[in-house]
Write a protein that binds this ligand. Sequence first.
Ligand code: PNS
Length: 161
Amino acid sequence: MTRCVCPGSFDPVTLGHLDIVRRARSLYDEVVVAVLVNPNKSGLFTPAERVALIEGEVGDLDGVSVLTFEAQLLVDVCRSTAAGAIVKGLRGETDYSYELPMAVMNRHLAGIETLFLPSDPEFAQVSSSLIKEVARYGGDVSRFVPPAVDEALTARFTTSG
Ligand code: PNS
């Protein structure tokens, strides 16, 4: 049985993230989607909301589970879930510069390897922060997020401005 972790903030999940989770599942028997929450950063969606939005898309896939972790090292998440590798998407050079030091550090801390999957070019420019900024001011992000996330963004920005 092989198991990997797909970590991220997922605030909120995008079609780019979901593509990586599905592709990770084609490589591993089990995928733990780990919603990592930084307690010093206030997100748009609560950890429970992020988990529910991800579960709505991949929760029925065999071998995929979605869990949330607060204030923890990713290597400890890997240990507690008995995952043998970390899988992340790479959209381009900026991601590589951001991800490489973490991949090296995680290997140093726990001997755990990080596998990078090239993002589908369709989603190469999609990030949760950009999605939030565009949605906040009423822009159409429906091509880049699942319908449930689109609705959640609209509801959030309609009620809280
Ligand atoms: O979606 P993001 O913001 O790119 O995800 C980054 C995340 C949450 C995967 C990364 O910040 C992380 O691993 N945080 C957990 C804390 C940790 O282990 N930090 C040291 C990394 S070497």
